[in-house]
Design a protein around this ligand. Structure first.
Ligand code: ZN
Length: 283
């Protein structure tokens, strides 16, 4: 399996007023390492600053949108330093105890996701195949989610003893009872059901995913730019006043209690799980 060059980890293509931002690690089901996270951020920032771009579509190359955070590819970069853009934390890689993971994930996961959710232009996640764990975070930060009929959604990290991925939008992306089912069972939720419960906007045939998503993006792109930014902010503010931001802060502490507990009781903060063992049993 070959890893794309760092400059090719994320590709941006312009289709009229739509920027199609594509994660490009198809050999690893677009597992997110830090390098790819910063490449997504750079692509989003460029699209946000470009007056010609009205709508941003986030996609994944290959058969899957994203299998989640990189917990097992050769280019996993968990112990590398990086330049922080979402927070002002210090370098994490040489820190002991709970500090390293807490600081790293504050920047890379919670911080980045919140930053992307606040992009002042409409964003659409275009999802096919797996949208699992860290993949959910990427879809959930987008304003709309359009999925192919082969897409499925799952957060199986409870198998590591962890109460859901870092960007804890679960009880907002679906109702609280379904959020518990989603977390407790860690099962795959098919696109059809995700649409029924209102977690995603549309399900379209796999062969028409790009066409249908870009058609929706084009329609949005014709609306007034500032009005779109204000409408987006209005709904985001409503979610925050319903408690989403506070819930995420509170749950981030529980998330890191779980990482610390794992580190104290097993060999690492993931409770000895890796990509292979996590994929097993995800049905
Ligand atoms: Zn974590």
């Amino acid at each position: 399996m070959s890893e794309p060059a760092p400059s090719d980890l994320v590709l941006t293509e312009r289709r009229g007023a739509v920027a199609l931002v594509t994660m490009n690690r198809p050999s690893y089901r677009n597992a997110q390492n830090a390098a790819m996270t910063f490449a997504i951020d750079a692509a989003f920032s460029a699209a946000a600053a470009d007056d010609g771009v009205h709508v941003i579509v986030l996609a994944g190359a290959g058969d899957h949108f994203s299998a989640g955070h990189d917990i097992g590819t050769p280019d996993r970069d968990i112990h590398k330093d990086f330049a922080r853009v979402a927070t002002q934390y210090w370098p994490h890689q040489d820190k002991a105890g709970a500090e390293a993971m807490y600081v790293r994930e504050a920047e890379l996961y919670l911080g980045m996701c919140r930053r992307w959710r606040e992009l002042p232009k409409p964003t659409i996640a275009m999802v096919q195949g797996a949208c699992v764990a860290g993949g959910l975070m990427l879809a959930w930060v987008c304003d709309l989610i359009v999925a192919a009929d082969d897409a499925f959604f799952a957060d199986p990290v409870l198998r590591m003893g962890i109460p859901g991925v870092e960007y804890f939008a679960h009880p907002f992306a679906m109702n609280p009872r379904l959020a518990k089912e989603f977390l407790f069972l860690g099962e795959r939720m098919p696109a059809e059901r995700a649409a029924q419960i209102g977690m995603i906007n549309r399900v379209v045939p796999r062969a028409r995913l790009v066409e249908e998503t870009v058609a929706i993006a084009d329609k949005i792109a014709a609306m007034p730019r500032f009005g779109l930014a204000l409408a987006k902010k209005a709904v985001n503010q409503a979610e925050d006043r319903m408690g989403m931001r506070d819930v995420m802060d509170a749950t981030y502490a529980l998330h890191h209690l779980a990482h610390a507990h794992n580190a104290l009781t097993t060999e690492d903060h993931l409770a000895g799980q890796d990509a292979k063992s996590m994929a097993k049993g995800l049905r």
